[in-house]
Design a protein around this ligand. Structure first.
Ligand SMILES: Cc1cc2nc3c(=O)[nH]c(=O)nc-3n(C[C@H](O)[C@H](O)[C@H](O)COP(=O)(O)OP(=O)(O)OC[C@H]3O[C@@H](n4cnc5c(N)ncnc54)[C@H](O)[C@@H]3O)c2cc1C
Length: 255
């Protein structure tokens, strides 16, 4: 019988489901256990990134995650995973310490760099093809709870000169800084000034995870070039930034 495994259900190909078969749905297994001394997290396969982020942030900790809180930890990790913290601490799989895996022959094994290392290599990017992961263990990092982040909005007509400038700027920027670029129609969100909503814009979204005063200096050239039509960069809780873009991709839609 065909078998499919459902983590967060975010995969655009719908590969968490199958026709005429059985779906193993992990959505009620979302426990996250944090070890603040070792800075590690043990995570069940139905957990969403919002679950892990919230538990880790209680101790000021975090690991590179997705940028939408309702993405599944399982599918994102098995596919590699990247987010705001990736320039500083790598892909999500670079921070994976071990997995518990149920294999097709029914056996349960641990895979890590010191045990079943070929399987551990495969699950770090190879997707869900090698077994059912029943637990993920991650390395966490001392991020603190406040970051300097938020969108800079430029009018679409400024895009070429801003992107030329940005290419030079980011070449020497420190690893604590990540920037997402987005050419789009400005959404009708609270943080978008009324006069820009529905117009074509270049969104530059810097995220600085190091010392905040140093971050203000690093970001100064980017925030003054142009200048931007709106600057929503501010010091804010990491958890607030992590959920900032949720509204643009509502949970349970068919992606
Ligand atoms: C709105 C949105 C935002 C996104 N943002 C990011 C981002 O910032 N960074 C990023 O890297 N990716 C991002 N992605 C991509 C996302 O990581 C992938 O779609 C990922 O597959 C989602 O994982 P999931 O557990 O939610 O999905 P699911 O659809 O549940 O699972 C994905 C695949 O993994 C398999 N699988 C799930 N759980 C297990 C398990 N326990 N054992 C074995 N196989 C399993 C499933 O069978 C399926 O094939 C985003 C996707 C969307 C829709």
């Amino acid at each position: 019988m065909p078998l499919a495994i459902r983590g967060g259900g975010h995969n655009v190909a719908g590969s968490a489901l199958c026709d005429g078969g059985v779906v193993i749905d992990f959505s009620e297994m979302r426990r996250v256990e944090i070890d603040p001394e070792r800075k590690t997290a043990r995570v069940e396969p139905g957990a969403l990134w919002g679950d892990l982020d919230a538990a880790a942030q209680a101790d000021g900790l975090a690991t590179p995650a997705g940028i939408v809180t309702h993405t599944g930890v399982a599918g994102l990790t098995l596919g590699g995973g990247f987010g705001w913290l990736s320039r500083q601490w790598g892909l999500t799989v670079d921070n994976l310490l071990s997995v518990q895996v149920l294999l097709a022959d029914g056996s349960r094994v641990r895979a890590a760099s010191d045990e079943n290392d070929d399987l551990f290599w495969a699950v770090r990017g190879g997707g869900g093809n090698f077994g059912i992961v029943t637990e993920f263990e991650f390395q966490l990092h001392a991020l603190g709870t406040t970051v300097l982040a938020g969108p800079l909005l430029f009018k679409a007509g400024q895009a070429r000169e801003v992107l030329d400038f940005y290419r030079e700027f980011i070449a020497t920027a420190p690893d604590e800084l990540s920037v997402y670029l987005n050419l789009r129609t400005a959404p009708r969100f609270d943080w978008v000034p009324e006069h820009l909503r529905g117009t074509d814009v270049l969104l530059l979204i810097p995220f600085y995870s190091g010392d905040l005063d140093a971050g203000e200096e690093v970001l100064r050239p980017l925030r003054s070039f142009g200048p931007p039509a709106a600057d929503v960069v501010q010091r804010k809780p990491y958890l607030a930034h992590q959920s900032m873009f949720d509204a643009g991709v509502p949970h349970h839609w068919g992606y």
